[in-house]
Design a binder for this molecule. Structure first.
Ligand code: ATP
Ligand code: MG
Length: 395
């Protein structure tokens, strides 16, 4: 057992000593069996939340209405969730009713994929009621039970299926794939924020090809904001060996592939409820991709984009095989900039007022901008005396 499990074992044992069942479940079991690092441990139990709170002295009600209580142990918080079933799903997203149950089988039955429906007992035994182990071995994404029904209950599961295909480099089992195809339109019922999470995890996955191909062929993309007109671009992307590292890089690449301008990219990203910071970065990446794809250079645009976006572009331009693009040259040109930020300019407004006899106001700002640009372009050195002289000339 990985050390994270060893550390959590006393918690499971304590629940068992109180007369209840307790297991590790979900992603942590899947990832351990795959030899992947685990990022969070989920524990499922037959004990009700109130019973968990009686067993442990330090608990936090993190999601008690869903049956989750956090137990604090030596500074680590463990989410312990009561076995539950879900029913209703009138609106294709969340169950009308969550019911606590005492049976592990009932709890595993409501999970999305067979590989996510495995439980691990404290003695190391795996409980596999839906063939999850076989599917892990066969690198297969398969819904638990009747795929159509499961996607009808919660349409986000379709995005999760394609996301896991990408993250794990698995293929989607044929019935599951067909069910996604038939129910893709239900994705419209899902909040864009939740689709967003899965979409970015898909693109940042180990083998985006696998997920992207299914995302296109099942037509899930048609029900994502702004994607419907871009079937071909998405299909083309699904043929590339993508290795993406940040969300902004993902969006910059999509903007470029969709042939959007910066304003259109902004509109798309607003529809996806993307943060302003990521929108700004994606716009810089798109701008640089468009410039460098034509063989042109623009060091000022690199300066404005800043380091992270510049590295993102270096990777993308290599991936997209821009003609006459040399990633090492490109990175070096950025690294050699005299300044990386206006704050590194050897003069500032205060200094110009004091020593170049400038007066506060719009002209001062304009002059500072000119100095900044000339330093970045290497037309003048970033030295106080040189900049003061130049400022006086511009006055
Ligand atoms: P990761 O955290 O690595 O992204 P995970 O499998 O742990 O993957 P979570 O979203 O943390 O995913 O969910 C934990 C578990 O809860 C899943 O493994 C799955 O069993 C179940 N689950 C999560 N979302 C759903 C859903 N929409 N429908 C059914 N079961 C779900
Ligand atoms: Mg998880």
């Amino acid at each position: 057992l990985p050390v994270e499990f060893e550390e959590a074992l006393p918690i499971l044992k304590q629940i068992r000593q109180a007369g209840f069942e307790a297991y590790f479940v979900g992603g942590c079991v899947r990832d351990t069996l795959l030899g992947l690092p685990i990022h969070d441990i989920d524990i499922a139990t037959s004990a009700y939340p109130e019973e968990i709170k009686q067993i442990f002295s330090k608990t936090v009600d993190t999601g008690i209405e869903h049956g989750t209580v956090m137990v604090l142990d030596h500074g680590i918080g463990y989410e312990i969730t009561t076995f539950r079933t879900e029913s209703g799903y009138q609106d294709f997203r969340r169950p009308d009713k969550v019911e606590f149950v005492r049976s592990l089988a009932e709890d595993l039955k409501r999970r999305d994929l067979t590989i996510n429906a495995l439980a691990l007992a404290p003695d190391g035994q795996i409980i596999d009621l839906f063939g999850g182990l076989e599917d892990l071995k066969a690198k297969r994404i398969k819904a638990v039970g009747d795929a159509k029904e499961r996607f009808f209950e919660d349409a986000l599961r379709m995005m999760r299926a394609v996301r896991f295909a990408s993250q794990l480099d698995f293929s989607i089992e044929v019935n599951t794939l067909q069910a996604i195809q038939q129910n893709a339109h239900l994705l419209e019922k899902i909040a864009v924020e939740r689709i967003h999470v899965e979409w970015i995890k898909l693109l940042l996955g180990k083998q985006p090809k696998c997920g992207l191909e299914a995302f296109v062929t099942t037509r899930l993309f048609e029900y994502c904001p702004g994607f419907a007109p871009h079937a071909q671009a998405l299909a083309d992307l699904s043929k590339l060996e993508l290795e993406l590292t940040t969300e902004a890089q993902c969006w910059g690449l999509l903007g470029y592939s969709f042939k959007l301008n910066e304003k259109q990219l902004r509109k798309l990203l607003k529809a996806w409820k993307t943060s302003n910071e990521i929108i700004a970065q994606a716009q810089h990446i798109l701008n640089l991709l468009q410039i460098y794809s034509t063989g042109k250079k623009d060091i000022w645009a690199c300066y404005q984009a800043k380091s992270e976006a510049v590295s993102a572009v270096a990777q993308l331009a290599t991936l997209l095989a821009f003609p006459a693009f040399d990633a090492a040259d490109f990175m070096q040109a950025y690294a050699q900039l005299a300044i990386k930020d206006k704050s590194q300019l050897a003069v500032n407004g205060k200094l110009l007022i004091k020593e170049a006899k400038l007066t506060p106001g719009p002209l001062l700002g304009k002059i500072l901008n000119i100095l900044e640009r000339e330093v970045v372009l290497g037309e003048i050195s970033n030295q106080k005396e040189a900049l003061l002289t130049r400022a006086k000339n511009l006055r």
